[in-house]
Design a protein. Structure first.
Ligand SMILES: C[S@@+](CC[C@H](N)C(=O)[O-])C[C@H]1O[C@@H](n2cnc3c(N)ncnc32)[C@H](O)[C@@H]1O
Length: 496
């Protein structure tokens, strides 16, 4: 084995140093139960069978310095291992709740340091905050509220001491429960991306809270839980004497968190860390250069049938709008190149056009509606819209759900549309009983869904189908007008 060079934290007892150095063997670390195979942030991790004189277990995080460049960086004290170790020591000295850092052991050879092992106290039984928040009772229950307040206090404590942990997330905050499963203490780990004194208290707190909210939402923790967590922060700040800190509202934190969550999920899908859903694959079709112009210029224009369908879709939407008696904002998501924006602009004074493709949005902005019209263009994923509940009077999603075969994925979109609308939702799907659906079935292709299946899903999303409107006789693309179930029925609106 290469020689080990030890850098000990000052307050580590000499007898522990000797015992740990004797016991340490990087090849004989015990795997940590419940940890992903790639460990934490891609670093391998293991447990050291701590010598009896050391009163706690020892957790080891190993950083490999593969390239010559990485070794030079490490020598200069700028490698991930060195930065994380230095930051952890500093945070621990500041009295912040970190697992106690013990030492950095560098494996040195002729060509510099190949690996660094960061030794720290092992917090036995600790679980990630994200997991604990999802499993604690509902917001309002003592278990949940205690956990949310503890997490809020941790963030406030960091911010009040001038610390901005840029990578606070549901996995980097650990919860140590006692034997009865009650909350004991929270710890923050992964100190690599920590800044000291860079942001003043309130902005640092907001950044960390948004980062935590985004990661929790991306991992499927519900809006309600995240909102409850964000609502605990002002109380924690007041306890800390920071009552005058000006913080954004919990609702705004939720919106910012949603935006971040969409970005985090898209990044994980891109990196292959999360399975791609149908809409991830679909959105890539419109993300490349030229895809948007191609959609605008060729998608419908290249055949007589295409032109007919395009005109019919617009006619149907135009015909439905007067009957909806819109008095509030409209969401067009995905807006694509803005085919429907001029129609909405004639009926509503406020329109939000959302799409995941920057190119599609750019074309929509350029061409659909004259400058000065009341349209906001937002890059957003229809599965996680960064807007508050009931923001729109109509949420419109044309030519999106026909690409989604999975019921759960379709339901997620329907629920999101239902969430952001206070009255109407209009979307389209492929009817498998159409002529083209029949043809696809004969060819063994995905043919769409039956109206009954769609109706059941609409009901699960908390809405009611007012009517189906196929594009053309027995047309495949079919529009569905839905109303929120909690809105008193007005009767199916007539075409204008
Ligand atoms: C076939 S186009 C339809 C656009 C427009 N609704 C229309 O009918 O012309 C599909 C659009 O969906 C967008 N898209 C795909 N997945 C999305 C998602 N998850 N969230 C928002 N937009 C998405 C694409 O970028 C593309 O602009």
């Amino acid at each position: 084995m290469a020689e080990l060079r030890w850098t000990w934290v000052d307050d580590v007892d000499t007898s522990w140093r000797e015992a740990l150095a004797r016991a340490f063997d990087p090849a004989a670390l015990v795997p940590v139960a419940g940890l992903r195979p790639r460990g934490i942030a891609g670093r391998s991790c293991g447990l050291l069978a701590a010598p009896p004189s050391v009163p706690f277990g020892v957790f080891v995080k190993t950083f490999a310095h593969g390239s010559l460049h990485a070794r030079v960086r490490h020598r200069r004290g700028a490698s991930g291992a060195a930065v994380e170790f230095d930051n952890a020591v500093r945070l621990h000295q500041m009295g912040l709740p970190m697992p106690r850092p013990l030492a950095l052991a560098d494996e040195c050879g002729l060509w510099g340091c190949a690996k660094s092992h960061y030794l720290m106290e092992h917090i036995a039984g600790a679980k990630p905050l994200g997991e604990c928040l999802a499993a604690a009772g509902l917001p309002g229950s003592p278990a949940f509220d205690a956990l949310a307040l503890a997490a809020a206090r941790l963030l406030v404590d960091l911010a009040a001491k001038g610390v901005w942990h840029r990578d606070v997330n549901g996995g980097n905050v650990l919860v140590a429960p006692d034997n009865a499963g009650r909350l004991r203490r929270l710890y923050v780990v992964d100190a690599r991306h920590v800044e000291f004194g860079r942001l003043p208290g309130a902005p640092a707190l907001e950044q960390m809270l948004t980062a935590l909210a985004g990661s929790l939402l991306a991992d499927g923790v519900s809006d309600r839980r995240v909102l409850a967590l964000a609502s605990a922060v002002p109380d924690a700040a007041a306890e800390h004497g920071g009552g005058s800190m000006r913080l954004v509202s919990p609702e705004t934190t939720l919106l910012l968190g949603r935006r971040l969550a969409a970005h985090l999920v898209a990044r994980e899908v891109r990196k292959g860390k999360r399975p791609a859903e149908a809409l991830d694959v679909f959105s890539r079709r419109y993300a490349g250069p030229g895809d948007a112009a191609n959609y605008r210029d060729r998608r419908f224009a290249r055949s007589r049938y295409g032109r007919k369908v395009e005109a019919a879709e617009r006619r149907i939407v135009e015909g439905m709008l007067p009957g909806l008696r819109l008095r509030g904002p409209v969401l067009d998501a995905p807006c694509g190149t803005g085919r429907f924006l001029p129609i909405f602009a004639a009926f509503s004074r406020e329109i939000v056009a959302a799409d995941t493709s920057a190119e599609m949005l750019a074309l929509a902005r350029q061409e659909s509606v004259p400058a000065g019209w009341p349209i906001a263009y937002v890059m957003a994923d229809v599965r996680r819209l960064p807007v508050e509940d009931g923001r729109f009077e109509l949420a419109f999603a044309m030519r999106l759900l026909h690409r989604v075969r999975g019921r759960e994925e379709r339901l997620d979109v329907l629920k999101e549309l239902a969430r952001v609308s206070r009255r109407w939702v209009l979307f389209s799907f492929y009817d498998r009983r159409s002529w083209r659906g029949l043809r696809d079935r004969l060819r063994g292709r995905y043919a769409g869904e039956t109206p009954e299946v769609i109706e059941a899903e609409v009901a699960r999303a908390g809405m009611r189908v007012e009517r189906f409107h196929p594009v053309g006789w027995r047309g495949r693309q079919t529009l569905v007008l839905c109303s929120k179930s909690d809105v008193p029925p007005q009767g199916p609106p007539r075409e204008g």
